[in-house]
Design a protein around this ligand. Structure first.
Ligand code: 13P
Length: 245
């Protein structure tokens, strides 16, 4: 089945007003993209509102995390409604940096994903194995357990990102065959869970995606896009990846 390509940049804890020009340049180039390519940038929460003012045309602005609750005594957190109000249209949930550094569990990730979808936005649920888990031969067991624990009940607006923890920021990537194998397993899980609707869920690959490897990664079966960290910080590099799509 032919699917659109979704290319998402995750700026992590990088970016101030000085970098808004990069987002403006991405938006300008994005206007000429073929209709099957969707381009999104997730700046830090502090920049979402200003990013949307320069993100003309088809560049979608997203967020990197959210609290599952609607409001309340959660110092430092932001809700789906707040992100929506600021101009975000998609939210990354369960990134491995949040699972590891902030002790987020599968149940936490699922609650966040449910909240994002209920708010009418796209949720990108991240999964991925560590180097030790891959070396132990448990990659697919780990991924399926994360999917079973983290995926929401509803499928409308859902996307999944496969990000091997050891490939993030390391310059290392799995072989094309390994990526294809994990993405096929994720597809099987999605179809078992959601039926035919699982066929339409975008499965992104993330982990050291660069302009130089994007063409071959994006050509793999069931790779419906990319979640890009370091190479999304400048328009020049990010657009190199986008052109591969
Ligand atoms: P890098 O592209 O820097 O490896 O980061 C990937 C990532 O974590 C995106 O969410």
């Amino acid at each position: 089945m032919a699917r659109a390509k979704l290319i998402v940049g995750n700026w992590k804890m990088n970016g101030t007003a000085a970098e808004l020009g990069e987002i403006a340049a991405m938006a300008a180039a994005g206007a000429d993209l073929p209709a099957h390519v969707t381009l999104a940038i997730c700046p830090p929460a502090t920049l979402i509102d200003r990013a949307r003012t320069v993100a003309t045309g088809r560049l979608v602005i997203g967020a990197q995390d959210v609290h599952a609750a609607g409001h309340g005594a959660f110092t430092g957190s932001v809700s789906v409604a707040m992100l929506d109000d600021a101009g975000a249209r998609l939210v990354i949930v369960g990134h491995s940096e949040r699972r590891a550094d902030h002790h987020e569990t599968d149940a936490d990730v699922r609650a966040k994903a449910e909240a994002v979808l209920e708010g009418g936005m796209t949720a990108i649920v991240c999964v991925g194995e560590t180097a030790a888990e891959r070396d132990a031969g448990t990659t697919l067991t780990v991924i399926n357990a994360q999917l079973d624990g983290s995926l929401p009940g509803s499928v409308t607006g859902l996307a999944v990102a496969y990000e091997p923890v050891w490939a993030i920021g390391s310059g290392l990537t799995p072989t094309l065959q390994q990526v294809g194998g994990v993405h096929a397993a994720i597809r099987t899980n999605l179809v078992a869970r959601y039926g035919d609707a699982g066929e339409a869920v975008a499965i992104l690959y993330g982990g050291s995606v660069k302009p130089g490897n994007a063409v071959e990664i994006l050509a793999i079966d069931n790779v419906d896009g990319a979640l890009v960290g370091g190479a999304s910080l400048t328009a020049a590099e990010f657009l190199g990846i986008v052109r591969a799509a």
